[in-house]
Each structure stands twice: as structure tokens, then as C-alpha cells.
Design a protein around this ligand. Structure first.
Ligand code: F2R
Ligand code: MG
Ligand code: MG
Length: 301
């Protein structure tokens, strides 16, 4: 029912926001020493500030709480309201223009549709906020797919920007379904996602994950799958899903793997955290990491 669904979405949101804030805090570790610090499991000093990934993930979760669905018109207004309130949370360059325009009354379809010469954004912003949707609708795959698409399309009219969101939401649904089984995880989640995913760029890059040998290091996997440094879906989502598969039962280990490849560290850790938390439960998120994340104001009733 709705309460159980919402609890799962909130669990995913905690995994997302702790991951986002953890990954973001590594941008302040200088490039020269970052590798050594990561290998030494250096924990950045708190507070860890969250970014746009969390703000938008909270808005998505509020939408599920209020409407029991993704209502694009409501969500677009909520995104724009939060952007106006805190514009310096590290939003993507094009996202800023879209949210500003929506806040000024431009219809989201027009604002999102006119960027990149009408191509729309294929940025990873749709994917970074999608896991709570998969967690919420986990028992109904058609709802996972259609609502993930709706949540992305208010800012990402490019088909691949939406595919990234669908992939992450499907991965979240799979994590929920597998939580109480002791089946070996391997890369089954990726096979499941591919079987239900539109065949755009993110699909083809994700497919490469199936060819990787089991003991590959995160750094080598990221060289093949991408590390998010291009800030687009196809360069971000495949590696994140690979990481979540490889460490599906260990939240901290999954984030160490994600953050070790540099690139879009806040977003990679947000996506990986939003998925793995669904497998480990709240108990799997280290308590001191949760306490290090800047407090969230969810405004849930
Ligand atoms: N963007 C960042 N961080 C770097 C900049 C921080 C900020 N400008 C600052 O100065 O503080 N972080 C956040 O953005 C990512 C999510 O991005 P989203 O929401 O998808 O935004 P956007 O602007 O639509 O797309 C991001 C970039 O992707 C490339 N791109 C998108 N569509 C494209 C297309 N059709 N053709 C070519 N390139 C395309 C562009 O470079 C966009 O700028 C997350 O990392 C979040 O943490
Ligand atoms: Mg961010
Ligand atoms: Mg980012």
C-alpha cells in the first residue's frame, strides 16, 4: 500500500542524499592527494553538503507522497520553486535555464524542449533522482517505466535523458524485489534492466557491462562504461549500475568504489547509494555517514 511504498522511496532517498553529500565532499579533496586518501578510506570531515541531486530527489519523493504518482505539472513547479529558493546547489548549466524559465511561467514542455537546438537535454539529471520512483512502484513495472519517464521529461526532453531515468528506476525495483532473497546478484540486475529499456545510447553502453570480467577494478570498468565526467546519462548510468550490482549488499563499499573513479562523484554516489540502500536497508547506511550529511528538510506530514 501507499505507506509501505513511501517508506521504500524514503529509504532510497536517504541512500541517495548520503551518497550525493559523500561524493560531493570529495570535490574538496585536492587532485594530488585524492587517490591516496581514497585508498586510505579517508572520510571527509562533516558536514557533507548535499547538492541538486538531493533537492530534486526530495521533490520527486514529495510528489509521490502527495499524488501517489508523478504529476509532471506539479513536479516542474516544485523543481522551479526549490531552484529559486537555493539556486547555488550545483545545478547543471542547462538545467538552470530550464528551471528559471519554468519559474517565470514558461510551460515545462517548451522550456525543456528548446534547449540544445531542440534536441533536449540528455544530462544525467533525470537518472540521479529516479530511484525513489522505482522503489515506490516496485511491484508494477509499467508504472515504474511510465512514471520514471514523466519525472525526467519535465527537464530532459531528449530520449536518452529519459532512458537513464528509466534504467535507474528499473534497477531500484529490482533491488526491492531481490532484497529478501539470497540469490547471487552478479550482473542479473543489468540483464533485467536491459530487457525493459528503450534502445538508446545508455542501453548500448550498459550492454557492455555484461562483457566485463568479474574481478575488474572500478577504475577499469569506468574506463569502459564512463565515469560521468561528461555529465550525460550514457556516460553515467552504466557504471553506476555496475557498481550497485558488484556491491549490492554493502552500502559503504559501493560508495568507495563509485567515488574512486572521480568523474561526477556526487551524482555517481547518489545513484549508487539510492540503489544499494534498497538492498541493505537503513541499517546498511553507516550511522556516522547519515549524521555527516547536512540535515534534510523533507516537510513530510
Ligand atoms: N552540473 C553539475 N556539476 C557541474 C557544474 C556545477 C555548476 N554549474 C556550478 O558551477 O556550481 N552538477 C549537476 O548537474 C548534473 C545533472 O545535470 P542535468 O540536470 O542533467 O543538467 P543539464 O544542464 O541538462 O545537463 C548537464 C550537461 O550535460 C550535457 N548535455 C546535456 N544534453 C546535451 C545535449 N543534447 N548535447 C550535448 N551535451 C548535452 C551538457 O554539458 C550539460 O551541461 C549532475 O552532475 C548534477 O550533480
Ligand atoms: Mg549535484
Ligand atoms: Mg553531479
Amino acid at each position: 500500500d501507499h505507506d509501505q511504498r513511501l517508506q521504500r522511496a524514503l529509504l532510497s532517498l536517504d541512500g541517495l542524499s548520503v551518497g550525493d553529500a559523500f561524493g560531493q565532499s570529495f570535490f574538496f579533496v585536492t587532485a594530488v592527494t585524492a587517490d591516496q586518501r581514497l585508498e586510505g578510506r579517508f572520510i571527509p570531515p562533516p558536514p557533507w553538503f548535499y547538492t541538486d541531486d538531493t533537492v530534486m530527489g526530495v521533490a520527486v519523493t514529495r510528489c509521490l507522497q502527495k499524488h501517489r504518482a508523478i504529476e509532471p505539472d506539479w513536479l516542474a513547479k516544485e523543481f522551479a520553486k526549490e531552484y529559486a529558493r537555493e539556486p547555488d546547489r550545483g545545478y547543471g548549466g542547462t538545467a538552470r535555464g530550464i528551471l528559471q524559465a519554468i519559474g517565470e511561467g514558461v510551460a515545462w514542455r517548451e522550456a525543456a524542449g528548446r534547449v540544445f537546438d531542440g534536441e533536449g537535454s540528455c544530462g544525467n539529471g533525470g537518472a540521479m533522482r529516479a530511484a525513489p520512483i522505482g522503489a515506490y512502484f516496485a511491484d508494477d513495472l509499467q508504472m515504474v517505466i511510465s512514471h520514471a519517464r514523466k519525472s525526467a521529461q519535465v527537464t530532459h526532453s531528449h530520449e536518452d535523458g529519459q532512458t537513464g531515468a528509466i534504467a535507474v528506476a528499473l534497477a531500484a525495483a529490482w533491488m526491492v524485489a531481490q532484497r529478501d532473497t539470497s540469490r547471487p546478484q552478479e550482473l542479473e540486475m543489468i540483464r533485467f534492466v536491459l530487457a525493459n529499456l528503450p534502445q538508446t545510447e545508455t542501453y548500448w553502453r550498459l550492454k557492455k557491462a555484461l562483457t566485463l570480467p568479474h574481478e575488474l577494478s572500478p577504475k577499469t570498468a569506468a574506463l569502459i562504461l564512463g565515469n560521468g565526467s561528461q555529465v550525460i546519462s550514457s556516460d553515467t548510468v552504466p557504471f553506476c549500475l555496475w557498481c550497485a550490482c558488484r556491491h549490492s549488499d554493502d552500502y559503504a563499499e559501493a560508495l568507495w568504489a563509485a567515488v574512486s573513479v572521480y568523474g561526477d562523484m556526487d551524482t555517481n554516489c547518489a545513484i549508487v547509494g539510492s540503489l544499494v540502500a534498497l538492498s541493505t536497508g537503513h541499517a546498511g547506511i553507516p550511522a556516522e555517514w547519515l549524521a555527516s550529511r547536512e540535515p534534510l528538510n523533507l516537510e513530510f506530514q
